[in-house]
Design a protein around this ligand. Sequence first.
Ligand SMILES: Cc1cc2nc3c(=O)[nH]c(=O)nc-3n(C[C@H](O)[C@H](O)[C@H](O)COP(=O)(O)OP(=O)(O)OC[C@H]3O[C@@H](n4cnc5c(N)ncnc54)[C@H](O)[C@@H]3O)c2cc1C
Length: 613
Amino acid sequence: MTRGADCVVVGGGPAGLTTAYELGKYGKSSVVFEGGDDVGGLSKTCEYRGYRFDIGGHRFFTKVDYVQELWIEILGDEFLSRPRLSRIYYRGKMFDYPLKPMNALLGLGIFESVRIGLSYLRASFFPSKEERNFEQWVSNRFGKRLFEIFFKTYTEKVWGIPCDQISAEWAAQRIKNLDLRAAVINAFLGARKRGGKEVITTLIERFQYPRFGPGQMWRACADKLRAAGNQVELGSMVTRLRHDGQRVIAATVKRKDGAEEEVAAPHFVSTMPVRDLLRALDPPPPPEVIAANDRLRYRDFLTVAVIVDAEELFPDNWIYIHAPDVKVGRIQNYKNWSPDMVPDASKTALGLEYFVQEGDELWAMSDEDLVALATAECERLDLVPKGSVEGGSVIREKKAYPVYDDVYKEALEEIRAWLGTLENLQLVGRNGQHRYNNQDHSMMSGVFAARNIAGEQHDVWAVNVEQDYHEEKREGEASGATGERLVPGRVTERELEDVLASTFARYDQLALGVAVGVVVGIMLFLATVVLLLRGGPGVGYHLSILGHYLPGYSVSWAGAVIGFFEAAVVGFLHGWLISKLINVIVGREERRLRTRLAAASASPDSIARGDSE
Ligand SMILES: Cc1cc2nc3c(=O)[nH]c(=O)nc-3n(C[C@H](O)[C@H](O)[C@H](O)COP(=O)(O)OP(=O)(O)OC[C@H]3O[C@@H](n4cnc5c(N)ncnc54)[C@H](O)[C@@H]3O)c2cc1C
């Protein structure tokens, strides 16, 4: 039967609800079927004894102005602006995230820092030629040692597979702009202008967050949809999509009590995981498409929410746990997301996040054992006082992460090509597109799907193709007035100019000089101090030879200070000269390329080629 709606939407998460909300703006109605007991999907908020928890912490940040407008329209004053602090726990110490060189240097000690520096230099001069996997991608940019310390353990906890089996594409999407060179310069001098343009990307220091967690946004959205006459039905699992090879005819919905209903509509939008969707199609797709579908993998997730009898534990919103001796991957402190997440200000609510595989040892553990494990681990990390955990609850979430392994891309392309034959079915959202989407991208794909139904033409798969989007937003960069900027278009002259400017960006000579100078100065100072503290006969004999080159330097307290300044000057000169030399070489290369581009653009053949790419 038909419910009289223009569209059946499968899933009441951000993508599904936004699809229905946007359809409403075009005078079209929807029926949204949500399999769970609440709306919000992965962005829902759960409750235990009045304490609220996210499935992971959900920051609201976006470059897409239209998404921002929707958030405000839906939630108004309940949408807070919150400060962000997140750090890395490693070897019993806290490190800033993103990494700040001085903080890392002090935390890791001089010898480890030198090791990191050397491995960074090695990667800069002799990078791995292949860049297919996460390990190669990160090591080429940060050096192998930094990869081992700050990326390997955590990433393998998250994905459950070795870093050399994770696609480089994922790294490029998530951490592209965390450039170590820029970070060093930034740490010493702050962002500087080059050519009138801010060039160092800054990480988002604030984010928005609903007063009662992300679920508040999606409940408010569902309320608005219902108030406008749409249907949002919970506990309604779509189990079958009947089609005739060209169009989807109807969706079969199964209720909690086992009752089934078949609902027909002119349009269907699915946010359910691609793998489930293909299995729900009736008749089923050809065997080769099913085989491709079976190659899609997911990573599951569980949060152990614990209530701690302590007013304040740590100031972070969340902490990444890089310690290999505990299983927890990340710890959220929800009170720091919004004070209203806890009903009693004298207590703290933590969420210990475990990245798991459905059915594995952790997944199969009883809730009681998981709470005991979480309690023991946060006590071992010294993040909560012994005996202060008052109780907890477990939230298991299947298919939290679509896995980007080395087979997913081809498999997805094959599936998409076949699904393209069903003209009234659109796939949107995170698992709906098997894409590592945040809420805004999930929403934007829903917005496009709705506009397509209203007669416009958008490519829902073109959302979130901007790989460097996720964390950073460049200062001075225009944010899109609409989501359209997420759709790749033809490269304009200005964009080409931007690409050239960033590819051939010059080193800031002063910045690099000062950065190298300070590091070298500190290294000599610390080396001298260490030797002095060690003491003993003949101590510092080798280092004191430097006195031949640095007048007045010796292994003494006065020498440490003199050495600091003199080494800083020498370091400055080296940094300045090296960057000058690089700038000359880069300048020459840029001029050569510009000459070739100018010649190429005069040829009509090459213009045609450029358009089609
Ligand atoms: C740990 C973690 C942290 C995250 N942090 C952030 C963050 O800080 N900021 C951010 O913006 N995003 C974050 N995200 C991403 C965000 O959660 C997703 O982008 C967003 O929820 C995706 O929305 P969606 O509607 O596409 O899918 P989902 O949220 O997965 O919603 C899909 C819905 O469809 C329902 N469904 C599935 N199958 C069926 C079916 N057959 N019939 C009926 N209903 C069905 C599900 O029950 C679910 O409610 C995070 C995700 C995770 C896992």
